[in-house]
Design a protein around this ligand. Structure first.
Ligand SMILES: [Zn+2]
Ligand SMILES: [Zn+2]
Length: 189
């Protein structure tokens, strides 16, 4: 319904303020300190903890020496910490077994001991924007005005599922397609 289009508009209003270098620095130091104390407790090798704006959400560990743990700065302080703990659980598994441990049940039991409550990286404003930027096709339902964005076009005509359920079938209309990149390049010359 109209709630959907309102929400789409609101997203545009919440233009993300990039974190200040001071905030990033302090956040990174806090995460590093947390890793260092866990490393002492669990006898882990050194890791460099990096708070980065390049990741839209979550984190990743690159095994060392030294390990490098990258945590997305586009998350709340609590989710940043959750991510650090998740990656630290990977470091523990790596020390005990090997990389191939992945997200096994042994991994999750260690993660829980560290205080990991989240099973997946959180949705972030940044992630939504990346997805938006990658979505090249947009469809709108003329019945309820809901919109969908997709990387690839639908192969054939689609009906809006909720309007169909409500007994008034409506065919989605294509409202955005990729811009012709070649013509724009030629115009620049
Ligand atoms: Zn993981
Ligand atoms: Zn509809």
């Amino acid at each position: 319904m109209s709630a959907v289009s309102t929400r789409l508009k609101q997203l545009d209003l919440f233009l993300e303020e990039p974190a200040s270098p001071a905030e990033l620095g302090a956040g990174q130091e806090a995460l590093q300190a947390r890793y260092d104390s866990l490393a002492a407790e669990w006898k882990l090798p050194l890791a460099r903890v990096v708070l980065t704006a390049r990741r839209a959400t979550g984190g990743v560990i690159t095994y060392g020496p030294p390990h490098v743990i990258r945590v997305s700065s586009h998350m709340s302080a609590e989710d940043r910490l959750q991510t650090l703990l998740h990656e630290t659980a990977h470091a523990i598994c790596f020390a005990r077994w090997d990389v191939a441990e992945g997200h096994s049940s042994r991994f999750w039991s260690i993660a829980r001991k560290l205080g990991v409550a989240r099973k997946a990286a959180p949705e972030t404003e940044r992630l939504r924007r990346v997805r938006e930027a990658n979505a090249r096709y947009a469809y709108r339902c003329p019945g309820c005005t809901a919109e969908w964005t997709r990387r690839n076009p639908f192969g054939r005509a689609r009906l809006c599922a909720s309007c169909e359920r409500a007994g008034r079938p409506a065919r989605l209309i294509l409202v955005r397609r990729p811009k012709p990149a070649r013509r724009r390049a030629a115009w620049k010359r």
